[in-house]
Design a protein around this ligand. Structure first.
Ligand SMILES: [Zn+2]
Length: 220
């Protein structure tokens, strides 16, 4: 038994050393990303106790039970932060993403918990409030703004379906005006100036909801 533990420890040590050595190679980086992704997935599976109200299972749970689960999850999660404090990071990237739960910004570009500002709205639609927040982020050092849309968007579907437009008129109107809102943002003097001077890039991408793959649609 003791021998097996020693052999296991040696194998783990060699594997970790190999990963460490490979850190600066392209293949090494990819390997680390895949291993990291698998570990993150395992971690989430271990932590996720909310299975009773995901999309694949029965929704036989009351709102109060959901609230109790959320509070318990937060108690556990905030306990982790106390045990393992985070290093403060200074985000250089701001993402604007639809609120669709299938798009997980951590999966989209790796760990977004500290490195990115994330704005999530229905249909990725920005109002003046978001414009101002992004302008503030740029003033604080953000160099890249990523404006995203995604496939199979419920907000876009609501805007494109007459019956749903009647039911969600404000949402439909907001999606109609999404492009104009982007143009308005880009026309803000401080944003236009930052782009013109090379201090800021604004990229527009469409995310495949199934694969998280980003397709470049436009660069400002
Ligand atoms: Zn959407």
């Amino acid at each position: 038994m003791k021998k097996k533990i020693v052999i296991g420890a040696v194998i783990l040590g060699v594997a970790l050393a190999g990963l460490g050595l490979a850190r600066w190679t392209v293949l090494g980086r990819e390997t680390q990303f895949v291993v990291g992704g698998a570990l993150v997935d395992v971690g989430y599976r271990l932590q996720d106790r909310l299975e009773r109200y995901d999309f694949a299972n029965s929704h036989d749970i009351t709102p109060e039970q959901v609230w109790e689960e959320i509070q318990e999850q937060n108690r556990l999660s905030s306990g982790m932060r106390t045990r393992f404090p985070r290093t403060a990071r200074h985000p250089l990237v701001a993402l604007v993403v639809c609120m669709d739960a299938r798009t997980d910004t951590n999966e989209l570009v790796g760990d977004t918990r500290r490195y990115y500002y994330v704005i999530r709205t229905a249909g990725s639609v920005m109002s003046e409030r978001e414009h101002e927040m992004l302008e503030l982020a740029v003033a604080n050092g953000v160099k890249l703004i990523l404006l995203t849309t995604h496939s199979d968007c419920a907000a876009e579907r609501a805007a494109a379906t007459p019956e749903l437009r009647g039911q969600f008129p404000a949402l439909a109107l907001a999606v109609d005006n999404r492009e104009a809102a982007v143009e308005g943002f880009l026309a803000r003097p401080k944003i236009a100036d930052a782009v013109a001077n090379g201090r800021l890039a604004v990229k527009r991408v469409n995310i495949s909801t199934l694969t998280d793959r980003m397709a470049d649609t436009k660069t400002e």
